[in-house]
Design a binder for this molecule. Structure first.
Ligand code: FUB
Length: 507
């Protein structure tokens, strides 16, 4: 990893500018396969698996599941690693095989269905962990798999209009089962969907070793309903996989094959994801192997926007490096999490539901935040909340990672405390632009970075100041859907000696 970081820095402007233009993959600090998006209120949560960045990589190395979120589709906030193999230690192998998953909210509880390998066996099972917040903490309350057996992987969960929830899962074979109201038990047994039915899943290609025809349906099922029609998207065509879909008038089928939605994933023999509607736009999430150093076992989430055809059918969606357009601007005068990132180089996000931050910052690394609206009057002061063991600095640039430096905060060791450091900008930043934070110092692990904020008030300038040692946490929401901070129940950034409470207190 360190070596890769050095190469990227030495790669110079050409590589940097090429990377800056690309928006896919959308998560830059880790490999994030098998995306499962979920829309709740004004936020899109992205539940993903995690391919480890290991040198010997001739099979999947997957130890945990991650969560990111966005409100604008271009800046993604790391929300922690809420599940690991250990979460399911009662029945699953804990050190690997944390495979595809999907999470759903019901009556204020979050149910995250995962694939893991049964302890002491070679075959998989599907478990569920439950939490009060999307970022956790999650518990495996039933301490056993919901279903287990060969080919039982890749759960997709769906709640129909009558309140009945369903789980679909399978590789080459496909099953569905009703879930109980608790969402933590199967009721009425498992039902097999005949994947060899060409009318339902499309023509097969080739034969298995035992002479039986291969199925076009491969794995990664993704079920939803739109305008009264049921959609089943899935990885198809054997390996390498492409993305296809079938539809039905009833959730129990019969399914009718509709065709390809996306071609073979770039630099990955698998494809996995699903489509969602968010703020009036339709998005298809999928993975490829295009993040630096990536490949078939180091896959990353990407997203494309599409418009369903008038008859409800899905268009063929081409994958792009460009990705999607922002849905809204980001407010630099409100406290923002450092781990809200559009693109980055070298850094890593850490933390959990109590708060996250950016770490592993080396000289030459950068973070890009896209589509930031500074307004006409413009920003005059920059404040960052950091924790440092050595000297370093962070510069604010506009437009590119080598763009004009607008201001630089000097960072001194902070004795293990979080500190606000401020600087006056050389000239005000105005209008809507892409913001870059670039980091300098001697070597690696320069400092940790929790949050940032701009001010239009020159009086906001102050000497470095120790602040609440608690990490700032992203808003969650109360029962009426208003945003609140889960931990401190309020914003904790202090600017110009004044506390800024821009988040409402939890009632
Ligand atoms: O990520 C591990 C496995 O690869 C998933 O469960 C499959 O869908 C494929 O993406």
């Amino acid at each position: 990893m360190r070596k890769m970081k050095r190469l990227l820095v030495l790669g110079g402007i050409t590589l940097a500018s090429m990377m800056a233009a690309a928006q896919n993959p959308i998560i830059c600090d880790r490999y994030t396969p098998d995306p499962a998006p979920y829309v709740h209120n004004d936020t899109l949560y992205l539940f993903v698996d995690h391919d480890e960045d290991v040198t010997e990589n001739n099979y999947f190395t997957m130890k945990d599941w991650l969560l990111y979120s966005t409100v604008d589709m271009v800046n993604w906030t790391y929300r922690g690693t809420p599940l690991t193999g250990e979460t399911f230690k009662a029945w699953a192998k804990t050190d690997n095989d944390c495979w595809a998953s999907q999470c759903i909210e019901r009556n204020g509880k979050w149910y995250w269905y995962v694939t893991a390998t049964i302890k002491g066996e070679a075959y998989p099972g599907i478990g569920v962990a439950v939490a009060d917040h999307p970022a956790g903490p999650y518990k495996d309350s039933i301490k056993k798999p919901l279903v287990k057996g060969w080919f039982k992987i890749d759960p997709t969960v769906f709640i129909d209009d009558d309140g009945q929830a369903y789980l679909f899962y399978g590789n080459n074979m496909l099953w569905y089962a009703k879930l109980s109201k608790t969402m933590m038990a199967i009721v009425g047994g498992e039902n097999e969907v005949k994947t060899k039915d060409e009318k339902a899943f499309g023509p097969y290609k080739g034969y298995n070793d035992d002479g039986t025809p291969k199925t076009n349906f491969e794995e990664a099922s993704w079920v939803y309903k739109r305008n009264g029609k049921y959609y089943l998207e899935y990885a198809a065509g054997g390996v390498p996989e492409h993305w296809a879909y079938s539809t039905a008038d009833k959730i129990t089928g019969p399914w009718t094959y509709q065709g390809k939605v996306m071609g073979l994933a770039d630099n990955s023999f698998t494809i996995h994801g699903g489509s969602v509607e968010f703020k009036g736009h339709h998005y298809l999430f999928y993975h490829n192997g295009k993040l630096s150093g990536g490949g078939g076992y180091k896959r990353s989430t990407c997203v494309e926007e599409f418009t369903p055809n008038e008859d409800g059918s899905l268009p063929f969606i081409k994958y792009t490096a460009k990705g999607v357009a922002p849905l809204q601007t980001l407010d630099p005068y409100a406290p923002q999490e450092a781990e809200t990132i559009n693109q980055c180089q070298g850094v890593k996000c850490m933390g959990d539901y109590t708060g996250c931050y950016v770490t592993n910052i080396s000289s030459g690394d950068y973070i890009k935040v896209r589509n930031v609206d500074f307004g006409e009057a413009g920003a005059k002061v920059f404040t960052a909340k950091v924790k440092a063991e050595q000297k370093g600095s962070m510069s604010v640039r506009i437009g590119s990672k080598t763009g004009t430096i607008k201001g630089t905060v000097s960072i001194e060791p902070t004795n293990g405390e979080w500190q606000d450091v401020t600087c006056e900008l050389r000239t005000p930043i105005t209008g809507v632009c892409d913001l870059y934070f670039t980091f300098s110092g001697n070597g690696s692990s320069l400092f940790d970075f929790d949050s940032w904020q701009f001010s239009q008030d020159p009086l906001a300038i102050q000497a470095p100041k120790t602040v609440n040692s608690q990490l700032s946490t992203l808003n969650s929401y109360d029962l009426s859907g208003r945003k609140v901070d889960v931990q401190s129940k309020k914003s904790i950034l202090i600017v110009g000696g004044k506390k800024i409470y821009n988040k409402e207190k939890l009632k």
